[in-house]
Design a protein around this ligand. Structure first.
Ligand code: HEC
Ligand code: HEC
Length: 442
């Protein structure tokens, strides 16, 4: 949504209003003329009412009255009936379109207001970039006593994919309460910020209008992964054939692939970390440590804030021994990463969701469609395999223990499983099995 279409909205509305105004003015002029002529006629030659009194005026003769006059009256009646007969259905036909137009107009108004807040009112644009393409935010590190340690830059994730990973309500909540401990402030009244509920809703409307498609997001993720794995050179980025060839070389079974995907954007910068798990699950990961003068002063000791092991926890919990502590199998873990969680709904074996773990494989705003999120299932399964090796405070294991790398989904037989099932439907293929992945490609 840009300002041009905004002003054309205003123009469209004023057209309807000006047509109404013209009709009103014409009717008013007609009425005034009618009154004036009547007054004039009434003022004629006082005393001459003998000639002028209506009841003394000679009227049409019978012939004229019963033919011309009668016909004219009937004809105008028929004509008016015609206007009603044609006009009403026309109006009725146009009504749904008019209503839809009105809805679109008001949505555009909301988006326009959201854009205004995004760019000028609250300056989200300074950190999250124009059209939500991602950026960075200045951040000051203080020590325990509150003394200055260093100035750094913090990755501010792209928001043009935020509704592929979070529901509208979740995005509303994030904007309302911010992310304590990061540069993202609380904007809503609930978090002590300046914006009203309505303004936050408008921001979400604006964000919805700038989302890229799931296909584009998944493609960006694959290209970035290929590039970070060293399969695609900088010069070849943008060349579709070279990108396709590089993507085809990605070995999703290699734990190194999962490890790179866990930190996607670390070197390629894709989405300013929007695709990464590490920004919520590894403390200090969002602090940019490469490039020109990333940390000021250069000799500041920030080791205790940027040197954490992958998955050791930050905003999101420590990822240790996920399988079988929280998920029985790698496939169940992968399914969780794909769907994310919902506020107040349990997940895994003992997890209690607060809705803040994004769904990376499935857009939570389109319950009717599956696998339309920002990461393709191959990448999600690669991450799940890698994550299942994480041991919290320990460096990741060299290899996946064979006991958890299986793709079996059931470890305990449900009650009554011994009885012969009457309408046995074929079991669902496991989430990351070749079968399931092939079915997706079709
Ligand atoms: C001072 C910089 C700054 C400003 C201004 C700012 N943000 Fe943020 N925002 C951030 C950072 C940094 C993060 C990531 C925090 C983290 O590392 O968890 C973030 C996270 C978010 C997220 C969560 C994204 C995700 O996937 O986790 C949303 C949504 C968001 N911001 C929306 C907004 C909106 C809307 C505005 C304007 C009202 C705004 N932000 C203004 C810095 C900023
Ligand atoms: C925006 C922050 C954020 C990002 C990004 C994120 N997570 Fe999470 N994750 C959370 C939060 C918060 C929880 C805790 C569950 C809750 O309260 O909703 C969680 C929980 C989890 C859990 C369950 C842990 C347990 O012990 O119960 C797993 C597994 C997980 N995340 C994996 C991932 C993976 C893999 C990615 C990247 C593809 C990822 N997360 C990206 C915030 C995030």
């Amino acid at each position: 949504m840009d300002r041009v279409s905004l002003s054309s909205t205003a123009l469209a509305m004023s057209t309807v209003q000006s047509v109404g105004a013209v009709i009103f003015v014409l009717a008013l002029i007609g009425f005034v003329i009618y009154v004036l002529t009547n007054v004039r006629a009434g003022n004629k030659e006082i005393g001459s009412e003998l000639d002028l009194a209506p009841n003394r005026k000679p009227y049409y003769d019978d012939d004229q009255l019963e033919t011309t006059k009668l016909n004219r009256t009937l004809a105008s009646g028929v004509a008016l009936l015609g206007v009603v007969a044609v006009g009403l259905p026309l109006y009725w036909l146009n009504e749904p379109g008019r209503q839809k137009g009105a809805e679109e107009n008001s949505l555009r108004t909301f988006e326009g207001r959201g854009l205004e807040t995004y760019e000028t009112g609250s300056q989200c644009v300074n950190c999250h970039g124009p059209e939500g393409t991602g950026g960075q935010a200045p951040f000051t590190i203080l020590d325990d006593a509150g003394a200055f340690v260093a100035s750094v830059n913090w990755r501010a994730p792209a928001l043009n994919t935020v509704l592929l990973r979070f529901s509208r309500d979740e995005v509303h909540q994030i904007i309302e309460f911010g992310r304590p401990g990061t540069p993202m402030p609380a904007w809503g009244a609930g978090g002590g910020g300046p914006l009203s509920e309505q303004q936050i809703d408008n921001l979400v409307d604006y964000l919805a209008s700038i989302q890229i498609s799931s296909d584009d997001a998944q493609r960006d993720a694959q290209v970035a992964l290929a590039s970070e794995l060293g399969l695609l050179s900088k010069e070849d980025e943008g060349d579709t054939d070279a990108e396709d060839a590089a993507i085809a070389q990605i070995d999703y079974d290699d734990l190194a692939t999962g490890a790179k995907a866990f930190e996607l954007g670390e070197t390629s910068g894709v989405g300013s970390g929007a695709y990464a798990c590490a920004r919520c699950h590894t403390r200090g990961w969002s602090i940019i440590t490469t490039g020109d003068d990333p940390i000021q002063p250069a000799d500041a000791d920030v080791s205790d804030i940027v040197e954490y092991l992958p998955g050791s926890g930050s905003y999101g919990p420590t990822l240790d021994e996920l399988v079988p502590r929280q998920f029985f199998t790698v496939d169940e873990l992968a399914e969780f990463i794909s769907l994310g969680n919902e506020d107040g709904i349990g997940y895994g074996n003992v997890g209690q969701g607060d809705g803040m773990m994004p769904g990376f494989g499935d857009d939570p705003n389109t319950p009717e469609a599956a696998d339309d999120g920002m990461l393709p299932r191959e990448i999600i399964c690669a991450i799940a395999r890698y994550e299942s090796t994480l041991r919290g405070d320990e460096p990741p294991a060299d290899s996946v223990p064979t006991t958890v790398a299986t793709t079996t989904t059931t470890t305990t037989a449900p009650p009554g499983a011994d009885e012969p099932a009457e309408e046995a439907s074929p079991p669902e293929p496991a989430f990351c099995s070749d079968e399931a992945l092939e079915a997706l490609d079709q």
